[in-house]
Design a protein around this ligand. Structure first.
Ligand code: SIN
Ligand code: FE2
Length: 204
């Protein structure tokens, strides 16, 4: 592993190829029950270029009303599917936090999708880190500091890589500039999947 900044840890090749294939299969099953939806920007309703779904007790959604966590899929009204054991095991080994995550956001990037610089701050429990797993095409991940204007650096996240942001890095600005086309053959049509695991509520 590599410390990119205080609290920001990078684990290249955290999942080997068979583990990536197992996780992809679990995600296919999840999206059968909880299809990818197109989130929209609060107020303007402008669609994100990334599509999303979730697993676990809570899921992150965004629409004209704002950003929030909720227990139901916004289109089907059904509860989110359970988190796969493999995802829970990644949290246990990487988070250093003694309670399980209650949300796992699954982002799907078409080859042209991106995600602007933002902070993950819709949670109540900032003592827990965000654990992120990447599958498919390599992405240029940009990260900065706690102020949007702070200088940024970037790292390439490849299929199987994990990144953890906690402690002093829990609220850093981050985003995805772009994907590197055809950089992985894990997803037959190309593109990228990213999972972010979070503890949303304060532990009881
Ligand atoms: C996110 O910040 O929600 C996603 C980051 C990523 O796709 O690696
Ligand atoms: Fe984020």
């Amino acid at each position: 592993m590599l410390t990119l900044a205080p609290g920001l840890t990078y684990y290249p090749d955290y999942l080997n190829r068979p583990a990536q294939e197992r996780l992809l299969q679990a995600l296919r099953e999840i999206t059968r029950d909880a299809p990818l939806f197109t989130p929209r920007m609060p107020r303007t309703g402008k669609p994100f270029s990334v599509r999303m779904t979730n697993c676990g007790p809570l899921g992150w959604v965004s629409d004209v009303e704002g950003y929030r966590y909720q227990p139901m899929h916004p289109d089907t009204g059904r509860p989110w599917p359970a988190m796969p054991d493999q995802v829970l095991a990644a949290w246990d080994s990487l988070s250093g936090y003694s309670h399980p995550p209650d949300a796992c956001l699954i982002n799907f990037y078409e080859p042209s999708a991106r995600m602007g610089l933002h902070q993950d701050k819709d949670e109540e429990e900032f003592a827990a880190p965000v654990v992120s797993l990447s599958l498919g095409d390599t992405a240029l991940f940009r990260y900065g500091g706690l102020d949007r204007k702070d200088p940024t650096k970037s790292v390439r996240l490849r299929s199987g890589d994990a990144i953890v942001f906690g402690g002093p890095a829990r609220l850093i600005y981050h985003g995805i500039d772009r994907l590197m086309a055809a950089s992985s053959d894990l997803l037959p049509q190309g593109g990228r999947l990213n999972l972010t695991l979070r503890k949303v509520g304060k532990p009881l």
